[in-house]
Design a binder for this molecule. Structure first.
Ligand SMILES: Cc1cc2nc3c(=O)[nH]c(=O)nc-3n(C[C@H](O)[C@H](O)[C@H](O)COP(=O)(O)OP(=O)(O)OC[C@H]3O[C@@H](n4cnc5c(N)ncnc54)[C@H](O)[C@@H]3O)c2cc1C
Length: 507
């Protein structure tokens, strides 16, 4: 076997969390290599071009980047703020709930106080409960390590996995089902049913957007480009197409990793930023106790999704600075996986308008024309497309027509539900199989291992000395959650007091 290199730290996975860990540790003088199974870095986040248009894949908008946003120090510390141009969402309505049956739309303005005022005016009978509910979210969403740099870590390290679920927290609004829908719609951004998601998880995700909502010019592609520049400047080595198959250990401590081509990479510490359910297969026999392996294997994953990439010939004004969450009826959002795709809830966002050149998207007189990208996300179960799987990036006959069929159903649903998007045409569709290939998440779990009520997710420190975990599973989903996860991991390695002290200088 080839024994070709030696590092202080090997990071498995080049997503937001893995890349952020690499930057933090390189800042502390560590020699770091990042190993990514996909041929390109940050496969989930980077987006892609199709028919001359850029579509975002794993990023549409981010919360927590308003004036006093707690995400700023985390970005500044890594130099990720430089060159990133934020595009504020519509302050009067950044996320709207669209009822497909009645056509009614209810929007959330940016800022807790604005939301309180607007919702209390609309639902006066619920005003007192609305205030209490939003006060809780405002208190809770940033009370996590590294978002609140003054928080006593002892209070949160063993944060409870019990507590009210989203459905329970919203039960008080039963007389106002429209309000229940509005306050639970962000469940689509963490992929857990309201009866199983902790209200504290909803607070963390939805609360960050209630605080502030921004897009980034150039989307996930621009974020990835910024990482590439910072990684190069920090001297971090990134190897793509490098699938880690084994974590190596010697004398009870980590000694490196082995790749699928047999190459061995020596490292004194290893960070596994991929889905933690994949870890047991990689660990040497006897390295950790069977109970720990069983716990990792049994972790519950979030739902998967179909992601529709479509184009409209008319400008999609309704989606300018605003996302639409749509449901068929009213009440608490449910993924409705037992129903047809047309009946399931839907998240709609705009892609950046692109100019199409001759050959694609031309009008009849040969002039090139502007087309407007739209992205639609609908919950899905892996089993719906599993029969077409025949290996990574390989599908059985009939998969393409299945994709067209599902895409057509989602397009129809969107056209009927939102007449403004009447000219919508499918460009492509990703399925749970696509998500599985890009992130390696079991069953194409859209946000990986979820923070389910009652589930103890693994922490950054593992039972094998020198092996750490990172990623959305140990913190929360999204750009914000993956960044927090990276800081939690590196804090465990370098010392939380040291890292938080350094971060305070970047507030
Ligand atoms: C459709 C979609 C839309 C989204 N929209 C938003 C949004 O608008 N805003 C937002 O904030 N978040 C959004 N997210 C969520 C966000 O993209 C994720 O939470 C975040 O990217 C997770 O980062 P991560 O580093 O934890 O995981 P990942 O990005 O999954 O990184 C893990 C990496 O590990 C690699 N890997 C796995 N196994 C191995 C192995 N054996 N060897 C080497 N490499 C391996 C994988 O290929 C992967 O690149 C969206 C996600 C999806 C899927």
């Amino acid at each position: 076997m080839l024994n070709n290199s030696s590092y202080d730290v090997a990071v498995i996975g080049a997503g937001v969390s893995g890349l952020s860990c690499a930057l933090i540790l390189a800042r502390h003088g560590k020699k770091v290599v990042v190993l990514e199974q996909h041929p390109r870095l940050a496969p989930v986040l980077r987006g892609f071009k199709r028919n001359g248009m850029f579509f975002d894949s794993g990023f549409h908008y981010v919360g927590g980047l308003g004036d006093d946003g707690p995400l700023w120090p985390l970005l500044r510390y890594l130099g990720l703020d430089i060159g990133l141009e934020l595009t504020p969402f519509n302050p009067d309505g950044f996320d709207c709930l669209h009822n497909c049956t009645t056509g009614q739309r209810l929007c959330l303005p940016v800022g807790f106080e604005n939301i309180r005022m607007q919702l209390s005016a609309r639902f006066p009978g619920a005003a007192k409960d609305i205030k209490e509910y939003l006060d809780d979210i405002e208190r809770c969403w940033r009370s996590v390590p590294y978002l609140d740099l003054d928080l006593d870590l002892n209070e949160v390290v063993n944060a409870s996995v019990h507590g009210l679920t989203v459905a329970q927290a919203l039960a008080r609004f039963a007389p106002w089902p429209e309000l229940q829908g509005l306050l639970s719609m962000h469940g689509l951004l963490y992929g857990i049913e309201p009866s199983q998601a902790l209200a504290s998880l909803n607070a963390q995700v939805a609360g960050s957007y209630y605080h502030s909502a921004h897009g980034i010019r150039g989307g996930g592609g621009a974020v990835v480009q910024t990482y590439v520049e910072r990684l190069a400047a920090a001297g971090v080595e990134v190897r793509c197409g490098a699938e880690v198959t084994q974590i190596l250990s010697e004398a009870g401590t980590v000694s490196g990793v082995c790749l699928s081509d047999g190459a061995e990479i020596q490292a004194s510490e290893v960070i596994a930023s991929m889905n933690p359910a994949l870890l047991p297969e990689m660990l040497p026999a006897g390295a950790v106790r069977p109970a720990y392996l069983k716990r990792l294997q049994g972790l519950r994953q979030t739902a998967s999704a179909y992601v529709l990439f479509a184009a409209c010939t008319n400008p999609v004004e309704v989606l300018q600075g605003c996302n639409l969450f749509s449901q068929q009826g009213t009440g608490v959002f449910d993924s409705c996986l037992d129903q047809n795709v047309e009946e399931r809830p839907l998240f709609l966002a705009a892609a950046t308008p692109q100019h199409l050149h001759a050959g694609v998207g031309d009008s009849e007189d040969g002039e090139s024309k502007i087309r407007h990208g739209v992205i639609g996300i609908v919950p899905a179960a892996h089993s719906e497309v599993a029969p077409f799987w025949s290996g990574p990036h390989q599908r059985k006959h009939g998969y393409e027509s299945k994709k067209k069929e599902i895409g057509a159903a989602i397009c129809n649903r969107i056209r009927t539900c939102c007449p403004e998007l009447e000219s919508l045409e499918q460009v492509d569709l990703s399925t749970p199989l696509t998500l599985q290939d890009y992130s390696m998440a079991p069953a194409g779990a859209i946000y990986g291992v979820g923070r389910f009520a009652g589930q103890y997710n693994p922490q950054a420190v593992t039972r094998l000395p020198g092996l750490y975990l990172s990623g959305q599973a140990i913190a929360a989903p999204g750009l914000l959650g993956a960044l927090v996860g990276a800081y939690m991991t590196c804090g465990s390695m370098l010392g939380h007091d040291l890292l938080r002290g350094e971060l305070r200088k970047w507030r």
